[in-house]
Design a protein around this ligand. Structure first.
Ligand SMILES: *Cc1c(COP(=O)(O)O)cnc(C)c1O
Length: 386
C-alpha cells in the first residue's frame, strides 16, 4: 500500500506473466494498438490526443515532456507542490530553459493568482512563457492541485499546459480535451494499476506542433518524432520498430486499461473519491493529521499523515510486521515527521485490503506507544465503504 508500485488485479498479473513475446508478434501488435486507443478514453483526450507508450518510468515521461517542448532560453513556469515538481524544475533547468518557480511550503499549493503573477512578470520582461508545468498529485505531500484553472491560465498566455499525473492518472478527475491540457504523463505502477516499467503520456496537437517547431531535436530516445511513426503503426495494427518495447507490460497494459474502461473512467474516479473519503474518515477517527493544509488539497490516491505523539519513523516497520507495506516520508523538509499510504488502482475495489491496512496501522501505532481508540479506524472505513 505504498504510492506505487501498487497492488495489481489478478487479470493484469496473468497477462504480464507470460514468456516474453516478440514486439512484432500479432498479440503484441493488437495489445499495443488497443492500449493506445484506450488511453484516449482514460485521459479523456478526444480523438486528437496522441498517446505514447515507452519503456521507462514516470521520470522518463517527465523527461520526454521537457525535452520535446523546451530548449535553451525558453521561459517556463513551474508550480511547486513538493518533491516531484522540484524534480521537474531541475529537469527543465538542465535543458537550459529559464525556469520561474512558484513555490509553497510542504502541504500547501500556490494560488492561481501567484501563477498568473509569474506569467505577467515574464511578459513584462518581454519573454513569452512557453509552458506551464504542474504536478496533479504530489506524492511527497499528498497534495492535489486543480489542473483546470491552470490549464486555462496557460492557454490565456499562449503557453502549453503540462501536467505530471504520475500519482493521479486513472484515479483523479482529469479532462484533457475539455480543460485544454497539452501533456499529461504517468507511469504504469501508480493508479493505472500495472507493474512498473512503462512511461505513458498523451500529447495534444499543439504540443506536437511545438515539438515540430524546435530547431534542435531532443535526445533520440526521448524524441516524440522518433516514436510517432511507431505509435501510428501499432494503432493501425502494423508491426514497427524503433526501440524494443516492454512486451510483457504491453500485454498487461491492454488488460489494465480494459478493466478501467469496463467500469468506465467516471466510475473509476468515483471509486477513488469514495476510497479517499473512507481513508480520511479512518485517519480522523484514529487521530492522525494529514500533511495537506486544507481539505480540498487532499488527494484521493494517497494519504500523507503526520506521526502522532508517541510515534515516529519506526512506525513503518511496525506496520510491515502486520503484513502491510506503507511508505515513509519523502519531502526533505518534513521527511521524518510523516508517512504515506497509497490507496489507488486495484486496491480501491478491495474493501478487505483497505480495512486491513487501517488495522495494521492501528496495531503499529499501539506498538509505538501512541494512543489510538481501538477499532475506530476500521469501523470508520467500513461504514464509509458500504
Ligand atoms: C512516482 C512519481 C514520479 C516518478 O515516477 P517514477 O516512475 O518513480 O520515475 C513522478 N511524479 C509523481 C507525481 C510521482 O508520484
Amino acid at each position: 500500500m505504498i504510492p506505487g508500485p501498487v497492488e495489481i488485479s489478478p487479470a493484469v498479473l496473468e497477462a504480464h506473466a507470460s514468456p516474453p513475446p516478440g514486439h512484432l508478434s500479432p498479440r503484441v501488435i493488437e495489445a499495443f494498438g488497443a492500449s493506445l486507443e484506450r488511453m484516449r478514453g482514460v485521459w479523456r483526450s478526444g480523438p486528437s490526443g496522441q498517446p505514447f507508450v515507452v519503456a521507462g518510468s514516470g521520470t522518463t515521461a517527465m523527461e520526454m515532456a521537457a525535452a520535446n517542448l523546451v530548449g535553451p532560453g525558453d521561459p517556463v513556469v513551474v508550480v511547486h507542490t513538493g518533491y516531484f515538481s522540484d524534480r521537474m524544475a531541475e529537469m527543465l533547468r538542465r535543458t537550459g530553459a529559464e525556469v520561474r518557480s512558484v513555490t509553497s511550503g510542504p502541504g500547501e499549493a500556490p494560488g492561481d493568482d501567484e501563477v498568473r503573477d509569474a506569467m505577467e512578470a515574464l511578459l513584462r520582461e518581454g519573454k513569452k512563457p512557453r509552458a506551464l508545468f504542474a504536478t496533479h498529485v504530489d506524492t511527497s505531500t499528498g497534495v492535489r492541485i486543480d489542473p483546470r484553472p491552470l490549464a486555462h491560465l496557460a492557454r490565456t498566455y499562449g503557453a502549453l499546459a503540462v501536467f505530471d499525473g504520475v500519482c493521479a492518472t486513472g484515479g483523479e478527475r482529469f479532462e484533457m480535451e475539455a480543460w485544454g491540457a497539452d501533456v499529461y504523463v504517468t507511469a504504469s505502477q501508480k493508479a493505472i494499476g500495472l507493474p512498473p516499467g512503462l512511461a505513458l503520456m498523451v500529447v495534444s496537437e499543439r504540443a506536437l506542433a511545438a515539438r515540430s517547431a524546435r530547431k534542435q531535436p531532443p535526445p533520440m530516445v526521448l524524441d516524440w518524432h522518433e516514436w510517432l511513426p511507431i505509435m501510428r503503426a501499432y494503432e493501425e495494427r502494423r508491426p514497427a520498430y524503433f526501440a524494443t518495447p516492454a512486451t510483457n507490460l504491453i500485454l498487461a497494459l491492454d488488460v489494465g486499461l480494459r478493466e478501467i474502461l469496463e467500469d468506465g473512467i467516471d466510475a473509476r474516479i468515483v471509486s477513488h473519491e469514495r476510497t479517499g473519503r473512507a481513508m480520511r474518515a479512518a485517519w480522523s477517527a484514529m487521530g492522525l493529521a494529514p500533511v495537506p493544509a486544507r481539505e480540498d488539497l487532499q488527494a484521493n490516491t494517497l494519504s500523507a499523515l503526520r506521526y502522532p505523539a508517541g510515534a515516529g519513523p519506526s512506525l513503518v516497520a511496525r506496520i510491515a510486521e502486520r503484513g502491510v507495506v506503507v511508505a515513509g516520508g519523502l519531502h526533505p523538509e518534513i521527511k521524518d515527521r510523516y508517512f504515506r499510504v497509497g490507496h489507488m488502482g486495484y486496491a480501491v475495489t478491495r474493501t478487505d485490503m483497505l480495512v486491513r491496512t487501517v488495522e495494521a496501522i492501528e496495531a503499529g501505532l499501539l506498538g509505538e506507544g501512541a494512543r489510538v481508540e481501538s477499532g475506530a479506524g476500521a469501523k470508520a472505513v467500513r461504514s464509509a465503504l458500504v
